[in-house]
Design a protein around this ligand. Structure first.
Ligand SMILES: [Zn+2]
Ligand SMILES: [Zn+2]
Length: 65
């Protein structure tokens, strides 16, 4: 089961995680923002869960506006 992490702090340009369409990401352990060293507080959800789909929908809305 794939889980997505939604960081409470915006990712910087140094972020090398796999960004997901829901606004979450799959953390890369080498990422200076979200890697194993930092262990930042993030909201986790399962891929394609209601939370994930909601995130995808709200991002789609924002893009068309
Ligand atoms: Zn990152
Ligand atoms: Zn997601």
């Amino acid at each position: 089961m794939i889980r997505h992490a939604v960081p409470y702090v915006a990712a910087s340009d140094n972020c090398c995680c796999a960004i997901q369409t829901c606004g979450g990401l799959i953390p890369d352990s080498d990422c200076p923002d979200h890697g194993a060293k930092k262990e930042p507080v993030m909201a986790w959800h399962h891929a394609d869960s209601p939370t994930c789909l909601e995130g995808q929908a709200s991002r789609r809305e924002r893009r068309t506006r």
